[in-house]
Design a protein around this ligand. Structure first.
Ligand SMILES: C[S@@+](CC[C@H](N)C(=O)[O-])C[C@H]1O[C@@H](n2cnc3c(N)ncnc32)[C@H](O)[C@@H]1O
Length: 181
């Protein structure tokens, strides 16, 4: 599997997004989330009240995921997003919008909850929207982040239509494809 970024892949969507998590405590999870964020084309990542242990992942400069600007806000009140950027909470709540039915904002910051617990009330109140992934129980936080980013790219970037029958489209036209794929 190639580790080398391919020009024009994945197809770019308009707008931008960032992704982060509240009170994250495990470096492995933060590292995974950041690596996925980079892969899916995020413009920035952030943490709010992350533990020292979680942020320790940053010290390891050999890790490929630290390529994006990262904001580490100590508390929710410190959080400063770019103007016009909508905050989208990701939480398994009854009142949340089902992710497959959600229209992603052009400019968005997605925020996940901690490994143990949920998004705080203060942060929930700041959110413009809250979405839930259709799973029967909570999945790993970095996994949840990757699913949300996939859904954004899938619904906002230009891909060839899926055919009616199984398999891929016959022609790809102007849609950029990874060479050899
Ligand atoms: C592992 S879960 C938190 C643990 C869970 N609240 C518990 O104690 O049972 C970590 C975070 O992942 C995200 N998450 C996991 N599964 C989700 C889902 N199905 N829908 C939306 N968010 C989810 C949420 O942001 C959640 O706060």
């Amino acid at each position: 599997m190639s580790q080398t970024p391919v020009a024009n892949w994945p197809p770019a969507a308009r707008g931008y997004f960032g992704i982060g998590a509240e009170r994250m405590s495990k470096a492995l999870n933060l590292g995974n989330l950041m690596r996925s964020a980079h892969g899916f084309g995020a413009s920035f990542t952030f943490t709010i009240g992350a533990t020292y242990q979680a942020l320790e992942a940053r010290a390891d400069t050999s890790k490929g995921q630290w390529h994006l600007p990262h904001f580490n806000w100590v508390a929710v009140d410190e959080m400063a997003l770019p103007e016009g950027c909508k905050l989208v909470g990701v939480e398994l709540l009854d009142e949340a919008i089902d992710l497959p039915s959600f229209r992603h904002p052009m400019r968005a910051a997605y925020v996940l909850g901690p490994e143990q617990g949920s998004l705080s009330q203060g942060l929930t109140e700041r959110c413009d929207h809250i979405v839930r992934i259709p799973t029967r129980f909570c999945v790993n936080v970095a996994m949840a982040g990757a699913i949300v980013m996939y859904d954004r790219v899938r619904s906002m970037a230009r891909f060839a239509e899926r055919p009616i029958r199984d398999g891929g489209p016959k022609t790809v036209g102007a849609i950029p494809r990874r060479s050899g794929a």
